[in-house]
Design a protein around this ligand. Structure first.
Ligand SMILES: Nc1ncnc2c1ncn2[C@@H]1O[C@H](COP(=O)(O)OP(=O)(O)OP(=O)(O)O)[C@@H](O)[C@H]1O
Ligand SMILES: [Mg+2]
Length: 484
């Protein structure tokens, strides 16, 4: 039994409850028995007192009639000589209610102030008056003799001292018994609590361990009946849970493998598809040249070069995405990086008659990043906007400090992205452009994520597109992602 003695523990409370219950029951039963005993003893004492009064009232007749006071005195005294004697005083009165003889058991009683005898209450039979002050029964009766009738009165004091001592002894026994029984109750309570609760506590421990992630925990099967069944059920459940979790893990691993294979397949198909177009162009041109037995002209060379460059670009971008290099990071001023991108793309904007608005916040904090990587992100985004715009459209680039992060907004009034395409724009090779590889946003997203930043795109057809890039400033990390 490994029950810790804790005042709040169920075991303590149960044992305490049992102990209190037993103690209270013992005290109540003991008290009732005691009351009964007291009553019996009182009746006994009164009977004895009555008997003495009866006896004395007969025995004093003769000396009383002959007025032998000393005889009466000696006779009364003979009832009080013994230490254990119950009679503590005795009085004899004559018919005229005049005291004839009075004697006490000892000095103590002589000093006691006795109430005068109320003669009117005294009848031929016994009259008992309970005196709780003096702890005495005053027993009085008349002294009668045939044919004279009543010749006097007799009163005795019967002490309750021995009765009270007996009751006190019984009380002490009752207290001792209650204490013993209470102790027994505590022991019994603890034992019962241990017997009943230990299996439940074991179960509780098991449930806790499972809750903390320890799968497959089994608890010792102890106890009887439902408690035992509960332990068995728990172990069964725990075993099942373990099997289930292992199955789920295996299925998950399988799924991840399948997903990976699927992704590789998708990706390869994308690359193959992209490479197929320039390869077909090269093949067709070569076939034509072979067929016509013509020499390769500079024009043909330009086509070959262009197509080969396209294949090279696709492969490079594919590699950049599939095996991204760990970007080296330094302090970067985002405004400067954007300025460089704007310088490169300005001629293109002019060519397409796009209005350009620049709203930079001048004192932006530096961010810890890779300048080339971030430039590539902004270039992809600005090019996407330029490619989506026409004469008179506006491109706005804003930088600001937002919630302790640097926020770059690239906003265009181009044709926007149809809702059905929004979920695919970050997928590698997703493009709606003839010349596009569809890797621009995929790479941008991957680079921004590498900076613990976020890239969100809001777009509506015929209204335009708003791209928000949030980058944490140096020494601060944050991350959330998605499409708005
Ligand atoms: N600002 C924009 N306005 C309208 N459509 C956009 C915008 N940005 C992206 N898109 C859409 O998202 C698609 C994917 O963009 P992404 O940059 O990944 O590839 P791409 O521009 O098509 O090709 P690449 O950038 O590789 O040359 C684009 O083809 C286009 O349909
Ligand atoms: Mg692009």
């Amino acid at each position: 039994m490994s029950i810790k003695m804790n005042f709040n523990s169920i075991s303590f409370r149960i044992s305490f409850f049992i102990a209190v219950l037993i103690a209270v029951t013992t005290i109540i039963v003991g008290f009732l028995i005691l009351q009964d005993e007291k009553k019996t003893l009182e009746v006994e004492l009164k009977k004895k007192g009555s008997y003495f009064a009866h006896l004395l009232s007969h025995e004093v007749i003769e000396p009383f009639l002959y007025e032998e006071q000393y005889e009466i005195f000696s006779f009364l005294k003979s009832f009080m000589i013994d230490e254990e004697s119950l009679v503590v005083y005795a009085e004899i009165y004559d018919k005229a209610r005049k005291l004839v003889v009075r004697t006490y058991k000892n000095e103590k009683w002589r000093k006691m102030e006795l109430q005068p005898l109320n003669f009117d209450d005294v009848m031929s039979d016994i009259n008992i008056q309970d005196d709780n002050n003096l702890q005495v029964y005053h027993i009085s009766r008349t002294i009668d003799v045939e044919p004279l009738g009543q010749i006097g009165f007799l009163r005795l004091g019967i002490t309750k001292k021995f009765l009270l001592a007996t009751i006190r002894g019984s009380k002490l026994k009752l207290y001792l018994l209650s204490a013993g029984v209470t102790l027994l109750g505590v022991i019994l309570g603890l034992w019962t609590a241990g017997k009943i609760l230990n299996p439940i506590l074991e179960l509780n421990k098991g449930v806790k361990r499972v809750g903390e992630g320890e799968i497959g925990v089994e608890i010792p099967v102890v106890g009887q009946g439902e408690v035992k069944e509960l332990a068995l059920s728990f172990n069964k459940m725990s075993r099942k849970l373990k099997t289930l979790i292992n199955d789920i893990k295996a299925a998950q691993e399988n799924l991840v493998r399948t997903e990976k294979l699927y992704a590789v397949g998708e990706f390869s198909a994308g690359v193959a598809h992209e490479i197929k177009n320039p390869l077909t162009s090269i093949k067709l041109l070569m076939q034509t040249l072979a067929h016509k037995k013509q020499a390769v002209s500079s024009q043909d060379f330009a086509i070959f070069e262009g197509e080969i460059n396209r294949i090279d670009r696709i492969v490079k971008e594919f590699l950049a995405f599939a095996r991204p290099k760990k970007l080296e990071k330094k302090s970067v001023n985002i405004n400067d990086a954007l300025d460089e991108v704007i310088t490169i793309t300005k001629p293109k904007m002019k060519q397409s008659r796009i209005e350009f608005v620049q709203e930079f916040t001048s004192d932006l904090p530096l961010i810890n990043g890779n300048r080339d990587g971030l430039k590539q992100v902004f270039l992809n985004l600005v090019l996407n906007s330029i490619q989506a715009m026409d004469d008179g459209d506006t491109l706005t680039i804003t930088t600001s400090l937002n919630d302790g992060n640097v926020l770059v907004e690239i906003k265009d009034t181009g044709f926007g992205i149809p809702a059905k395409n929004l979920k695919s724009i970050f997928d590698p090779f997703f493009t709606t452009k003839d010349e596009g590889t569809g890797m621009g946003l995929a790479i941008a997203y991957s680079i921004v994520s590498d900076h613990s930043g976020t890239l969100n795109i809001w777009s509506k057809t015929a209204i335009g597109t708003n791209v928000k890039v949030v980058l944490p400033v140096e020494g601060k990390g944050q991350r959330d992602e998605g499409i708005v």
